[in-house]
Design a protein around this ligand. Sequence first.
Ligand code: NAP
Ligand code: MG
Length: 404
Amino acid sequence: MDKIKMTTPLVEMDGDEMTRILWKMIKDELLYPFIDLKTEYYDLGLEYRNETDDKVTVDSALATKKYGVAVKCATITPNAARMTEYNLKEMWKSPNGTIRAILDGTVFRAPIIVKGVDPTVRTWKKPITIARHAYGDVYKGTEMKIPGAGKAELVFTAEDGTETRELIHDFDGAGIIQGMHNVSKSIESFARSCFNYALDTKQDLWFSTKDTISKKYDHTFKDIFQDIYDAEYDARFKEAGIEYFYTLIDDAVARVIRSEGGYIWACKNYDGDVMSDMVATAFGSLAMMTSVLVSPDGNYEYEAAHGTVQRHYYKHLAGEETSTNSVATIFAWTGALRKRGELDGISELVCFANKLEKATIDTIESGKMTKDLALITTLPEVTILNSENFIKEIRVTLEKSYEK
Ligand code: NAP
Ligand code: MG
């Protein structure tokens, strides 16, 4: 077959450690043989971030704004140990944080479902996508320990100097207080990202907060979502045959467990942090979790939800065999290629993305998988493959699907 041609480049953000090794294998085995791959390459590996004073991360985010679609490999967020390991000039910020600050938007995380890796929750048949608001609340909170008796108040001083006060508590002994905030603009862009993603993926959107108790704070989230929905999305949702549904967080949790999946669950920052770990674990494996950042003005950045799999990388460096699961990284590529194909009207590219995803799932369902899945699968006959052979097996399945 002729290689598939692309018109607009994908923004390619390379990364670190074991996922950097997988990245190259995926391109060599699964992409180059089939596509005339067009990318604008940014090396977000820690060495080059350090060399460029992290400018490369900013440049890659700006390129995403320009072209609209990026695919990112997992990257190291430096800590003290990494400062010495990589001899860094500075403890560079998390690349994902930097990219998110430039693109704005919401991160959607969805599990990849395969037969033989069963969710802990029996009723779950389809993926549950968590959309986590990534700004404010307790993550930007201010806290105080109260040493003894006294009065704590919330004070807002307007630009003209007028003060509004609200009593928090009259303490008669020691205690604690916390102040947190959010901004309407961020909640609005969170809402639009969620509505757009629901339309994009043709899935219902659920949103939940604790508005019965938090009558101003959480209620504002509820109101902003509802106002934007009524004004901009109601007709489009009806046309797409999908639903927007708001409910109290406790009710949402109960419904999620009873559901069969197949919807997006939008959560405030803290709820999303906690619930995404619960949902990921209950679906089986972090290595089967995809992640996409969707900005309010329609830019997309696809990646795997897991990190650089450092422990496997050290084994790899020591010359030992690894069996690292590349599925989420493959799906980051297919997500980005499909979106590029849709935006540029290249149906072969969309078709390729679908075929590669199916080949990946079929390979696992035929019993050929990496060790992490072999440990949890219910399939009776399993062959454990190393990192490279698993990708090669997917290529065999993919080639067969093109012969048919
Ligand atoms: P991690 O890379 O997600 O790996 C944690 C453990 O989970 C691994 O040791 C492995 O368990 C298992 N695992 C994760 N992905 C796997 C895969 N694809 N195949 C097989 N097993 C997998 O998290 P980490 O070790 O805490 O973090 C390593 C580095 O990644 C850190 O420097 C961190 O900053 C970075 N990080 C980056 C991102 C990102 O770029 N989005 C996200 C998170 C972390 P076993 O060792 O038991 O096999
Ligand atoms: Mg968490």
